[in-house]
Design a protein around this ligand. Structure first.
Ligand SMILES: [Zn+2]
Ligand SMILES: [Zn+2]
Ligand SMILES: [Zn+2]
Length: 184
C-alpha cells in the first residue's frame, strides 16, 4: 500500500503531502512549494531491517516526521508535530534506483524527513538548516516507468534525466504526460 502526492519542498527541503489546496506551514515562510518527483510512500506494512516504521503525516505543517521518540520535534506551525492518518514504513539503506531516490534523512533537530542531497540544508523549524542523523532513506517515486512493465509502448525506455545522487531533478511536463498515458 502506498500514498502518492508526497513531494519535495524546494523552500525548506522537507517531504510534505501536496494532496490538497492547503500547502501546510513551511519553515521558510508561507506554504510548502513542490518540486521534482511525485513520491509514493508505503504505509501500514510490516517493519523490516530495511524499512523503518513510525513515520507520520503532521496535520499542522503537512510534513513527514518521525513519531517514534518521546518528543515530537519542532513543527513549522509551532510546538511539536501532530500525527494523523497512515503509519508510514520507509525503506532505507537499499540501492538507489530509477524509481527510488536516496539521500533522504531524518533531521535530529525538527524530526522531519528532509532531502540531504544538495549543498544547502534547507530551513529547519528549529533554526538554521536541517541536521541529518541515522538511516539513509531511499524513497520510491512515480516519475519513471520500469522497462519490464513498458511492454505496450515503444516510447523512450531510457531516461534522458541524469540518474544519481543529484536531485531531485526537475522533469518536463511532456515526459510526465507521456508516462501517465503509458502507465494507466
Ligand atoms: Zn517547505
Ligand atoms: Zn509539523
Ligand atoms: Zn530540521
Amino acid at each position: 500500500m502506498g500514498q502518492d502526492h508526497w513531494r519535495f519542498c524546494d523552500k525548506c527541503t522537507t517531504m510534505f503531502l501536496d494532496g490538497s489546496p492547503n500547502k501546510g506551514h513551511c519553515a521558510a515562510g508561507g506554504g510548502h512549494e513542490a518540486q521534482g518527483f511525485m513520491f509514493d510512500l508505503p504505509h501500514d506494512v510490516p517493519e523490516t531491517p530495511k524499512a523503518q516504521s513510525a513515520w507520520r503525516f503532521c496535520q499542522k505543517c503537512n510534513s513527514m516526521f518521525f513519531d517514534g521518540r518521546p518528543d515530537k520535534g519542532h513543527c513549522a506551525a509551532g510546538g511539536g508535530h501532530q500525527a494523523q492518518g497512515f503509519m508510514f514504513v520507509l525503506p532505507h539503506d537499499v540501492q538507489e534506483t530509477a524509481a527510488a531516490q536516496a539521500a533522504w534523512r531524518f533531521c535530529q533537530k525538527c524530526t522531519s524527513m528532509f532531502f540531504d542531497g544538495r549543498p544547502d540544508k534547507g530551513h529547519c523549524p528549529a533554526g538554521g538548516g536541517h541536521q541529518a542523523q541515522g538511516f539513509m532513506f531511499v524513497l520510491p517515486h512515480r516519475e519513471f516507468v520500469r522497462p519490464d512493465i513498458l511492454n505496450f509502448d515503444s516510447g523512450p525506455v531510457t531516461s534522458p534525466l541524469p540518474l544519481g545522487g543529484i536531485g531531485p531533478p526537475g522533469y518536463s511536463q511532456k515526459r510526465r504526460l507521456h508516462l501517465h498515458i503509458a502507465c494507466p
